[in-house]
Design a protein around this ligand. Structure first.
Ligand SMILES: C[S@@+](CC[C@H](N)C(=O)[O-])C[C@H]1O[C@@H](n2cnc3c(N)ncnc32)[C@H](O)[C@@H]1O
Length: 186
């Protein structure tokens, strides 16, 4: 088994949520684009999605943020050779670096704040990718107050993005719903 599949198996065995296979297929085309030189990922988990991106295009510089120390330990074993793995809560993270792609796959309750915090870290022609637009897994558990809050916040985030005048959101019906957000061109 190659290292990427080994990592995927460890994630699945430990119930670590990872990007779904049809998102991987989307990534296969998307990250081959030569204009993409760096990516900021929010939500490393064990590093599976970072590993996928690296396997597609080894020239892409990856920075990935994860708050959970146990996850960081595993991620470091698999991706620290090629990715900058940062152990912090994304709400405490600020950088001057400007990225071609910013991938949201972390917390679902502070995505408006994350967008507002990171929009100036995206190149003019850059793209936000947002996983779990549909939150299909959680929709089955709406009797929990915590889950309801996450779903409400996620829906609020999507409405917020749709209402932005200078940005255009496309939602792909793949995986758990993938948002592709770009600045509008004049
Ligand atoms: C869906 S998993 C990421 C999966 C990963 N991108 C992949 O496909 O392999 C979401 C991760 O975000 C992390 N996370 C949640 N809230 C966070 C926060 N406030 N700051 C940083 N990381 C956070 C969780 O610990 C979890 O590991």
């Amino acid at each position: 088994m190659d290292k990427l599949n080994e990592l995927k198996t460890i994630c699945l065995n430990n119930n670590i949520p990872i990007i779904r296979d049809d998102i991987v297929l989307f990534f296969n085309d998307f990250f081959k684009q030569e204009w993409i030189s760096n990516v900021l990922e929010i939500g490393t988990a064990y590093g599976y999605s970072s590993y996928v991106i690296h396997n597609i295009n080894k020239n892409i510089k990856i920075t990935t943020i994860e708050k959970n120390k146990n996850n960081i330990e595993i991620a470091n074993q698999y991706i620290s050779d090629f990715a900058k793995v940062i152990n912090t809560d994304v709400r405490d993270y600020q950088t001057d670096e400007v990225f071609d792609v910013i991938f949201f796959d972390g917390p679902k309750t502070c995505q408006i704040e994350m967008f507002e915090n990171f929009k100036n870290n995206l190149h003019d022609n850059g793209i936000f990718l947002i996983d779990n637009i549909f939150l299909k897994g959680l929709l089955k558990k709406t009797n929990s107050t915590r889950v309801k809050k996450i779903i409400d916040k996620n829906n609020l985030f999507i409405s917020y993005l749709k209402d932005l005048k200078d940005w255009k959101l496309e939602i792909y019906n793949i995986g758990d719903g993938l948002g592709v957000l770009k600045r509008c061109k004049n």
